[in-house]
Design a protein around this ligand. Structure first.
Ligand SMILES: [Zn+2]
Length: 230
């Protein structure tokens, strides 16, 4: 079932992902011992973070926050009754589409450098180091920047506030986070809001744009119900 049937409002949320440590986006594991675990790259060799990866880590962050607030999140994403939990409401469930689209995030030009470091393979059965089993981990260096773009169809205020909180709470992305890689910071910089009428214009433009102070005030306003003292 499509959740895009009634288009009332479309939010284009834009910002950036800043690498605060080296980040190994990609499988995080070497293809075989001795090969570098490759960073995901476009045909032109530019590193990128797949939208599906961003959606996955964001969904996990939303669910941790909902659990922390004592709001029920389902386990199996089935919802036969059709009444969705808050996470499935945003990200979709079995036979229910997602209200959010995460674009692939291709690194900003000249913002990134590649690096390689050597990892040591651990025997998963014994937990000990495999003798001689070293491999290379490719990463993008600290300071690399990736633009963020999320399309959110007909968002409700509580869904937006939880999404924004979740984006700020994502601890790491990519492989080897237990070894100090993958720390990121996500900044929300601008929101374009489209109504159906905007698409009848010869040149499509959003009917509302929020950024800087106005955006910060809006996010604070919608987040107020959650800003409770414990
Ligand atoms: Zn659910």
């Amino acid at each position: 079932m499509s959740r895009f049937e009634n288009f009332e409002k479309r939010w284009k949320i834009q910002g950036k992902i800043v690498c605060e440590t080296n980040v190994a986006i990609g499988s995080g594991e070497p293809i075989s011992t001795g090969d570098p675990a490759p960073v995901m790259k476009t045909h032109e060799g530019v590193p990128y973070i797949p939208g599906s990866t961003l959606k996955g880590v964001t969904r996990a962050a939303v669910e941790r926050i909902l659990n922390g607030l004592g709001i029920d999140v389902c386990k199996n994403k089935l919802h036969p009754s059709g009444k969705l939990c808050k996470s499935c409401e945003i990200f979709g469930a079995m036979s229910f589409g997602s209200k959010v689209i995460f674009r692939d995030s291709i690194a900003k030009k000249d913002s990134y450098e590649f690096g390689v470091r050597t990892g040591i393979a651990i025997d998963l059965d014994t937990g000990s180091t495999k003798r001689g089993a070293k491999y290379d981990i490719e990463f993008v260096e600290v300071g690399s920047e990736f633009p963020l773009e999320i399309i959110f169809e007909n968002p409700k205020e509580d869904e937006l506030s939880i999404l924004f909180a979740a984006l700020k709470s994502i601890p790491a992305i990519g492989g080897h986070s237990s070894r100090g890689l993958g720390k990121i910071k996500i900044l929300i910089e601008k929101v374009d809001i489209y109504n159906p009428n905007d698409y009848f214009k010869t040149k499509v433009s959003p009917s509302e744009v929020m950024e800087k102070e106005k955006l910060a005030q809006y996010i604070t306003k919608i987040s107020t119900p959650y800003l409770k003292e414990k």
